[in-house]
Write a protein that binds this ligand. Structure first.
Ligand SMILES: *Cc1c(COP(=O)(O)O)cnc(C)c1O
Length: 487
């Protein structure tokens, strides 16, 4: 399997060649040259597999240049009960992603039983093991630099902690994360994990990461890499649980189902799109946004209009407070018939909007209404909707009162929009993206009580914390990396 860029100007590469990198050299994102197809016979065979065996079946179609025995071992080490058993006490951890039925035809796929209680662990844990494997083979090292507003950074740290050849430098906005999120990250004592709290907002931290990454000499010298959601291996690992969720919610491979997916960077739902392109019978992919509804607007109107950071609201589902969905380009590439030139044209407008400040970014970046692309959109199966703070509170309350299940704020957005947008004939699987323990304040507001917390996380706020505070100064960041990543 070879990988090509959404902007059409990069030679095709292997899975392991794109594993440690980020964007393609032409600024695009990598995708398989063609999506591997899953036959009906394969679906029938896969239905009974354990999560690890299913993950091997799916991922061996993507990672064709990793020897089978090696890939199997990496997957076996990743998808075990030992890694995915930190979630709800009443979950069936043996399933890795247990399906919880709320009522006939309405389910939650539990993806948050990993070490940081969010779905990002599903892919990130695999990435940690893949990176360690690839670096050992190449006798190389990697310094991962990232910015987080909470979930991504902690998932990355728990995936990379103690891994040979890897260090993590993770920037977070000082004082902007919940005390639980802070405790999760800053309490890690592994010597290869470096937490850096930036005096500023998430976007300041993100800009620092970009500045360091744009310094190619520094990047090369210090072997700087990233683990953001555009990483292809992450997306491919997420494809697996769409298959697992489908098998868990259906009795035969003749059935179609709907997935509803709380969306920010379009990474999670992009994996659903790929599963569908591979032949999984997904009737509907329902995209749920919060008040930052750029993606909902696109699917309703054909206009893609990133708002710029000043017009991106802070909401109670903060992991979806995103203006520019970094994985969206992958879907648009398929939508425009894999025409790299068209993608380049669209994104030259998107990028122009961002660099000239917020006023300019309010101008429609691109608009497909009235084009063949708009006519082609329905065949991809998307529906969309947005959920507000009040919707979120109501949904958390309703699911708690009707079913005795406590859900987090992002999952609530997905359930809310999923129930409104689903075709009633389709069973609905709502992807759980985090556990409520991570968002105590809003749970308190919705239910008047503290969220349930897995036993393993009791009192983590009291553990000693390890982090340095830094001004939003790129020079200081580079000096810190140079001092802690000796050459
Ligand atoms: C990352 C995240 C999302 C958004 O997922 P994308 O892949 O960025 O669309 C939603 N909810 C939670 C809890 C997350 O951590």
């Amino acid at each position: 399997m070879k990988y090509i860029s959404t902007r059409g100007n990069t030679p095709a590469k292997n899975f392991t060649e794109i594993l440690l990198g980020g964007l393609a050299p032409d600024g695009g994102l990598y995708l398989p040259e063609q999506y591997p197809q899953v036959t009906r016979a394969e679906l029938d065979m896969w239905r009974g597999l354990s999560y690890a065996d299913l993950a091997y079946a799916v991922l061996s179609k993507f990672a064709t240049d990793i020897p089978a025995a090696d890939l199997k071992a990496i997957i076996a080490k990743t998808y075990t009960t030992a890694v995915y058993s930190n979630g709800r006490a009443d979950s069936d951890f043996s399933q890795i992603t247990p399906l919880r039925t709320l009522e006939p035809g309405v389910h939650i796929l539990e993806l948050s039983n990993g070490p940081t209680l969010a779905f990002k662990d599903m892919a990130m844990q695999l990435l940690g093991n893949l990176f360690e494997y690839a670096l050992a083979k190449q006798h190389d090292e990697l310094n991962i630099l990232g910015a987080t507003s909470g979930d991504t950074g902690s998932a990355a740290e728990y995936a990379m902690r103690g891994k040979r050849g890897i260090r993590v430098f993770m920037l977070s906005p000082h004082g902007k994360m919940s005390s639980f999120q802070r405790a999760q990250m800053y309490s890690l004592q592994d010597p290869n994990i470096f937490n850096i709290a930036i005096n500023g907002m998430f976007d300041d931290a993100q800009d620092m990461v970009k500045a360091v990454s744009n310094d190619h000499a520094f990047k090369e010298k210090y072997k700087i890499g990233t683990v953001n959601s555009i990483n292809w291996a992450r997306v491919s690992a997420q494809v697996v649980y769409y298959f697992k969720g489908y098998f868990a919610a259906t009795k035969s491979n003749d059935e179609q189902i709907a997935f509803s997916v709380p969306s920010g960077n379009f990474g999670n739902i992009c994996a659903g799109h790929i599963a569908r392109m591979m032949g999984l019978p997904i009737g509907q992919l329902i995209l749920a946004t919060n008040e930052n509804d750029v993606l909902d607007e696109f699917f309703r109107t054909g206009v893609y209009r990133p708002r710029g950071t000043k017009h991106t609201y802070e909401t109670s589902s903060p992991s979806m407070d995103i203006s520019k969905a970094s994985n969206f380009e992958r879907f648009v590439f398929d939508l425009v018939g894999r025409d790299g030139a068209r993608v380049r044209e669209f994104w030259s407008r998107v990028d122009a909007g961002s660099s000239s400040g917020n006023a300019a970014s309010d101008i429609a970046a691109f608009d497909i209404k009235g084009t063949d692309y708009w006519d082609a959109l329905p065949k991809f199966g998307f529906a969309s909707g947005k959920s507000t703070h009040q919707d979120r509170l109501k949904t958390i309350r309703k699911v708690w009162e009707d079913h005795g299940v406590m859900i987090d704020t992002h999952t609530a957005d997905g359930i809310r929009v999923g129930l409104l947008q689903r075709r009633p004939s389709l069973p609905l699987v709502c992807l759980e993206t985090a556990l409520p323990a991570k968002f105590a304040e809003t749970i308190q507001e919705a239910l008047g009580r503290e969220p349930e917390r897995p036993a393993a996380m009791a009192g983590i706020e009291k553990l000693p914390q390890r982090c340095v505070v830094m001004d939003a100064d790129v020079k200081k960041l580079k000096a810190y990396i140079a001092a802690n990543a000796p050459q």
